[in-house]
Design a protein around this ligand. Sequence first.
Ligand code: ATP
Length: 384
Amino acid sequence: MAEVSLEGLIKHFDRTEAVRSLDLRVADWEFLVLVGPSGCGKTTVLRLIAGLETPTAGRIFIGGQSVENLPARKRDIAMVFQNYALYPHMNVYRNMAFGLEQRGAPEAETRRRVHEAARMLGIAECLNRKPRQLSGGQRQRVALGRAIVRKPSVFLFDEPLSNLDAKLRVKMRGELVKLHRRLEATIVYVTHDQVEAMTMGQRIAVMNEGRLLQVGTPREVYHRPANLFVAGFIGSPSMNFLNASLETAGEGVTLRVDRSEITLPDDGRPWADTTPGSVVLGVRPEDVQVLPVSPKASGGGALSGKIEVVEHLGAETYLELNAGKHQITARVNASQVWEIGQQVTLQMDPASIRLFDPKTEEALPGRHLHEAPMAAGPRQETGT
Ligand code: ATP
């Protein structure tokens, strides 16, 4: 069992509050991605788990055991960094074997583990080469191999793919996910890249300014962001935010954006309890329908807009639209022809709308929150 538990974890560097009272439980054999912008404290969390930093306050448990007083080498973890940190004068075999040798592992066992890891990572033919004779991807695999041979129960990854080119990064993402299944180890993976987080994590933990803002499966975090920060950070292009006012009449709820009205359907009724007033309406680019007709022709619940930018990405097209006081991005069908300057009508499916309190920036409880309970655990989510 290698569950990692953080309870009320705090880390200050002089006056910098790098980690502010963080509670997080990473399940045994889970792949959890800690994601957030530069400086939000994610590396510090990783270093605290590894034992490379001492907490200002709080508890850290690995496999149910309190480890605050255990030195890094006794924590049964391996850390893989962005800059590989390979020994340039040693060949690949020696780089991978070194840690085991330092721990006094028998030579035959070391040899067996290095060859096994090299085969698993597809670098068996590189064992006699020096790091400078390897490609970036191969070096990254050696760094992984060095961690794997130790058979730790927890792997900590700090932006391990950020030195690779875009294509290799995509390939390694998939390989790491497959590797995780084979290793049966717990992984805490730090990145600032929300695409990496969405594609790799069984669960994602989003941090900002030393605080943990939301933990959930990629689907939960994407479809039910807990606040404006998470809503804007996860997803590319970002969620659109529009200033709106919410009005209730009887059991009906209406949103007014500029001069348009969006009437929420009956199942939007949880919002009927919301105090009328200003709200921030959040809608994903794929949930904005763009119709090449005037608002009158399209019926109610629509905004009129003008296309300012057309971005063709092959399978899909993004439109940047000006709609009165708002700039809106829409993801549309690539087979349709769109022109800069074209007047269009924008419609939003009320079921896809998220509402946020402009003061607290928290999501208002809407139908999504009433619909489905949070998934019970990471294994069930991915079926592993
Ligand atoms: P990045 O993605 O840029 O690596 P991060 O989210 O990993 O950022 P941390 O490296 O954890 O962020 O840093 C969090 C905050 O703590 C930052 O303000 C940083 O300047 C500060 N910090 C980190 N390490 C130290 C240190 N050793 N001494 C003083 N301040 C530090």
